[in-house]
Design a protein around this ligand. Structure first.
Ligand code: NAP
Length: 379
């Protein structure tokens, strides 16, 4: 029969296609794809028998037993991820906006209630970590403050996650979260440590050419797991970031000499309460921008840069020594001018101008400043 054979191809399709067409035919009776078919004109001998058009009425057709597995496979092959952002504060929300813009699904979880914020961004908020993990996200993204990371990670009900879930962090220090992940997470979870080298202020307009550091700490060999990491990294590539693959230890060495110094200078300048003037130079504008960029970050973030990067203490000492050496050079010049006034030509040739003591390069042990200026002090 023409009508019956027309239905057969649909039955031979994959389960989701069958389900979709079944539902479509019911909900949209005038759709061109519907399975309701016009009946042919009745044969003369049966002219009095009215034939109804064939149509499918059931909407709850039984699905094959592997329907869920089929859907899961299709989802895992797609380029879209389900990302659970744990720690939905300043930076978590900033990242979530980009994920959503690129079509990924975002679940949010935090200590505070961000239900309304999440809703306004297009994310779903789960105050209970059990509910969050039962969504079976592909990625758990840790966006909490450095100092709360360990307790937050330990509070997640890992047993509710799929066994090969990918854990990612965006902490501003890297060796610390790497070690915590490796300690706390069972070996069947994948681990990617990252640090976007920008924040809601510096990345407000664009992420173009901003560095994104990552270290694939532990990724399973299966193709789907390798692809999942690449899909996650692609989010930042698509935004134009400069992708930098380096070890967590290397990151911390560089970051102490650059990021920690930057934040420290920003916070010192903030304490000076600099104000804009009608005659700002370009250099002064840079300082004002530095204060704006760093002071809007939480103190927890800055404290994390210091406490959880073993190289930070040395940088603080270097900063101290450099400031002392600079003052010594200044006062040395002043001292020389005064002596000239006091003793005139009688001292000519007997006194050498003090020089700025150069600090040893980063990474070499710090010695007490042995400048000529210091030696000259005793003259
Ligand atoms: P943050 O002060 O470092 O962290 C705030 C987040 O930590 C919030 O989600 C907050 O949750 C959570 N949190 C703090 N204490 C907690 C506790 N005791 N228990 C549970 N959760 C706690 O500020 P942030 O700027 O949002 O930074 C988040 C992470 O991103 C940090 O690790 C930071 O190093 C990293 N990062 C930041 C930037 C940046 O420019 N901001 C750039 C790169 C990387 P509630 O809000 O729910 O209280």
């Amino acid at each position: 029969m023409a009508s019956f054979s027309s239905i057969q191809p649909a039955a031979a399709q994959p389960p989701s296609a069958t389900a979709t067409s079944t539902r479509t035919s019911h909900l949209l009776p005038h759709h061109p794809d519907q399975l309701s078919l016009p009946s042919p004109p009745p044969p003369p001998s049966h002219r009095r028998l009215r034939r109804r058009p064939h149509c499918i009425r059931a909407i709850d057709a039984a699905q094959p037993y592997d329907y869920e597995a089929y859907l899961f496979n299709r989802f895992s092959q797609s380029s879209k991820l389900k990302i659970a952002v744990v720690g939905f504060g300043n930076f978590g929300q900033f990242l979530a906006k980009a994920f959503i813009r690129q079509g990924h699904t975002v679940f949010a979880h935090s200590r505070s209630n961000y239900h309304a914020v999440a809703q306004s961004l297009g994310a779903a908020f789960f105050p209970d970590p059990h509910d969050l993990c039962e969504q079976h996200p592909d990625v758990i993204l840790i966006c909490t403050s450095v100092i709360s990371t360990e307790s937050v990670l330990r509070s997640l009900p890992l047993q509710r996650l799929r066994r090969n879930t990918l854990f990612v962090d965006v902490l501003s220090v890297k060796e610390f979260p790497k070690n915590i992940f490796l300690q706390v997470l069972p070996h069947h979870f994948d681990v990617l440590c990252t640090h976007p080298m920008f924040g809601p202020e510096s990345g407000k307009v664009t992420w173009q050419n901003l560095p994104f550091v990552f270290d694939k700490v532990r990724i399973g060999n299966e193709e789907s797991r390798v692809n999942r990491v690449e899909t996650f990294l692609d989010i930042f590539k698509k935004e134009g970031c400069t992708m930098v693959e380096m070890s967590c230890a290397e990151h911390d060495r560089y970051a102490a000499g650059s990021q920690f110094i930057t934040h420290t200078m920003g916070r010192i300048l903030e304490k000076l309460q600099l104000e804009s003037t009608p005659i700002n130079t370009k250099g002064y504008e840079t300082l004002l921008n530095l204060v704006e960029n760093t002071a809007s970050d939480s103190f927890d973030l800055y404290y994390g840069l210091f406490m959880y990067n073993k190289n930070a203490m040395e940088q603080l000492e270097r900063l101290d020594l450099a400031f002392e050496a600079l003052k010594t050079e200044l006062f040395g010049h002043l001292h020389e001018a005064l002596r000239k006034q006091l003793f005139g030509k009688s001292e000519e040739g007997g006194h050498r101008r003090p020089m700025l003591a150069k600090l040893p390069k980063n990474g070499t042990p710090l010695l007490p400043p042995q400048s000529e200026a210091v030696a000259n002090k005793n003259n």
